[in-house]
Structure formats: structure tokens, C-alpha cells
Design a protein around this ligand. Structure first.
Ligand code: FVH
Length: 295
């Protein structure tokens, strides 16, 4: 049977790696798509797939109510949309930015008569249009806009609305990315330790994966402790012991001729928490150290 569902027409500004991947999924799903990119040549392959190519951002914005922006950074969003009439538009910003940039852009859009949602993409271009890859996008800002366009926004990747504060999509995005880089740092240090030894990284890899999976309990455990502010009940490995033991990590790095720069900040934070009140904090686990981070 032929699918006769009407498809939302939309505009996309930005045809970098991510923008191009997004455009392909909307075109493949039968949406009428108008595109614009600063370097016009990048629109060629999409035109061949049926996209309408606008000569200017103003022309692209004028074409549709739903306008999606996926540019390099917030400054490029400002310069691409500078002076353009956004009255009655629904603006979705898929450009990575900070929470403050998301909030400022929401105010900016409202002043120009547009509804706005900011977004944080938790996917690489190859994960776009591939639901099995597990990518998704955080959205925040106008609930009305999100509800109106949810179906079309879910074409490239799953959509998760994080609330009406337009800074919260970016905050969720950056929180997850920051945790990811902490993980990358630890794994990088582990591989550096065995370099030059008769241990293959390929042999260490499954052990690392298994261990990190087992230690994943920390995510929920820390959330529980931060919510209850109880850092002591049911502690398995207390902070006093852990701080003493981490000296071994630093000495091993020295013995192996490896800089401890990737792991030292966290070890030092634990030591600082303990030093502040050894009797009280020594019986905690490491989640209490999180309280030292907020300036
Ligand atoms: N690619 C990825 O893995 C990540 C996944 C998570 C989300 N990010 C964010 O997505 C935004 C776009 O990323 P991208 O991969 O498409 O980036 P590029 O391929 O570098 O394309 C950048 C586009 O931005 C245009 N652009 C840059 N500066 C300006 C400007 N001043 N005025 C107008 N357009 C501008 C650029 O145009 P051109 O160089 O082709 O002319 C591209 O269209 C980004 O926020 C990631 O953090 C991607």
C-alpha cells in the first residue's frame, strides 16, 4: 500500500558532515527539504536527491515554517541568521553550544518572533538514520514547537525532550560528553602503562571493557548519594583506604615512565576531600569528592 502520510516541509541550514547526514534522512523519508550552505557546492549531491537549494539563508528561512540549523558553532548561527525575519518560524538549533548560548539564542529568537528549541546531538554522522546505532538528540525550549514537529525531528535519530529551559539540552549533552572524556582519559592512561611491556593492548582491551562495565555501578551510586547527601551508608571501599591506595597508581606511573596527568586531578580531589575532615570523610566513598567541584 502506498504511504500517503503528508510530510512536513522543512529548511536546513548547514551541510557539513552532520547536516548532510540529517538532510539525507529527511529526503529519504519523503520530506520536502530546502537547504542552504555557505559553501554552495556541498548542496549539489542533495539537490540530486530532490532538495531545493536556496541561494541565501534568508531565502531558505522564508521557504518553510520549520527551520533547522546545524552549523559549526553558535557564532556561525548568529552570522548566518543575522538580520533575517524569523516571525512565525519554528527554529531548531542542532548546533553544539553551551547552556548559556542556548538560553541567549532562545531569547534572541523570541525577540525575532520565532519559537525555539536548542538541541544536543548524541550521535556521529554515521549514526544518523540508523536507529540500531542508538544515537539520539536532546531537545529543550519550546514544548509547543517540540510537540508540533516531534515526528519530523525523530526521522534522523531519537528525540529526548529535557524541559523548557533552553539551556538544558546543551547541559545534558555536555554532561554526557564530559563523562565520556573522563572515560577516554582513564583508558588512555591504562594503555600508556603497558606500552613497551610484553602485554598487547588487544589483550588488555577485553579486560578493560569488563572492568569498566563492572565499575559502571558508580553512576547510579553517586546519583543516589548526591540526592540523599548521605555519603557513608553502605560504603564498600572507603575513601581513607582509596586515597592510601592511589599512591600506588602514581608510583606505578613513575616506574613505567608515564605521566600521571590524566588521572592525577581526580586522585588529588579525593585526597582533598579526605584531608578536609579525615574522621568524617574517611568512611565515605568517593562520591563525596563531587561536592568540591562547584566553584
Ligand atoms: N560530526 C560529529 O561527529 C558531531 C556529532 C555531535 C554534534 N556535532 C555538532 O554538529 C554541528 C555540525 O557539525 P558538522 O559535523 O556538520 O561540522 P562540519 O562538517 O565542520 O560543518 C560545519 C558547518 O558549519 C558551516 N559554517 C561554519 N562557519 C560558518 C559561518 N561562519 N557561517 C555559516 N556557516 C558556517 C560550514 O559551512 P562550510 O564550511 O561548508 O561553508 C558547515 O556547513 C557542530 O556544532 C558540531 O559540534 C557534530
Amino acid at each position: 500500500m502506498t504511504d500517503t502520510t503528508p510530510r512536513t516541509a522543512l529548511t536546513l541550514l548547514g551541510l557539513g558532515d552532520m547536516g548532510t547526514a540529517l538532510a539525507r534522512t529527511w529526503l529519504a523519508a519523503g520530506h520536502r527539504l530546502t537547504v542552504w550552505n555557505r559553501t554552495a557546492a556541498k548542496a549539489g549531491p542533495l539537490a540530486a536527491l530532490g532538495a531545493a537549494v536556496a541561494a541565501t539563508p534568508a531565502e531558505a528561512v522564508a521557504a518553510n515554517r520549520l527551520v533547522v540549523v546545524c552549523l559549526l558553532d553558535d557564532a556561525s548561527v548568529g552570522s548566518a541568521l543575522d538580520g533575517i525575519d524569523l516571525t512565525g518560524k519554528d527554529l531548531v538549533n542542532l548546533t553544539t553550544g553551551t547552556p548559556a548560548e542556548g538560553r541567549a539564542r532562545a531569547t534572541w529568537a523570541k525577540e525575532r518572533g520565532a519559537r525555539f528549541v536548542d538541541a544536543g546531538i548524541m550521535a556521529t554522522p554515521s549514526m544518523i538514520g540508523a536507529p540500531e546505532a542508538g544515537g539520539y538528540v536532546f531537545y529543550s525550549g519550546s514544548r509547543g514547537l517540540f510537540d508540533t514537529h516531534r515526528a519530523v525531528l525523530e526521522v534522523p535519530a531519537g528525540a529526548r525532550f529535557t524541559g523548557e529551559d533552553p539551556g538544558h539540552a546543551a547541559l545534558h549533552d555536555v554532561a554526557l560528553l564530559s563523562a565520556m572524556y573522563g572515560l577516554f582519559a582513564g583508558v588512555s592512561h591504562a594503555y600508556a602503562l603497558i606500552e613497551g611491556e610484553d602485554i598487547s593492548p588487544k589483550d588488555l582491551a577485553p579486560l578493560l571493557s569488563e572492568w569498566l562495565g563492572a565499575m559502571g555501578f558508580f553512576v547510579g551510586n553517586a546519583a543516589e548519594r548526591l540526592s540523599s547527601r548521605d555519603f557513608t551508608t553502605g560504603v564498600v571501599s572507603n575513601l581513607a583506604m582509596q586515597v592510601a591506595a592511589t599512591g600506588t597508581l602514581v608510583r606505578t606511573a613513575q616506574e613505567q615512565g608515564v605521566s600521571a596527568e590524566l588521572i592525577s586531578p581526580y586522585l588529588e580531589l579525593m585526597a582533598r576531600r579526605l584531608a578536609a575532615d579525615p574522621a568524617a570523610h574517611g568512611v565515605e566513598d568517593t562520591a563525596g569528592a563531587i561536592t568540591l567541584l562547584r566553584r
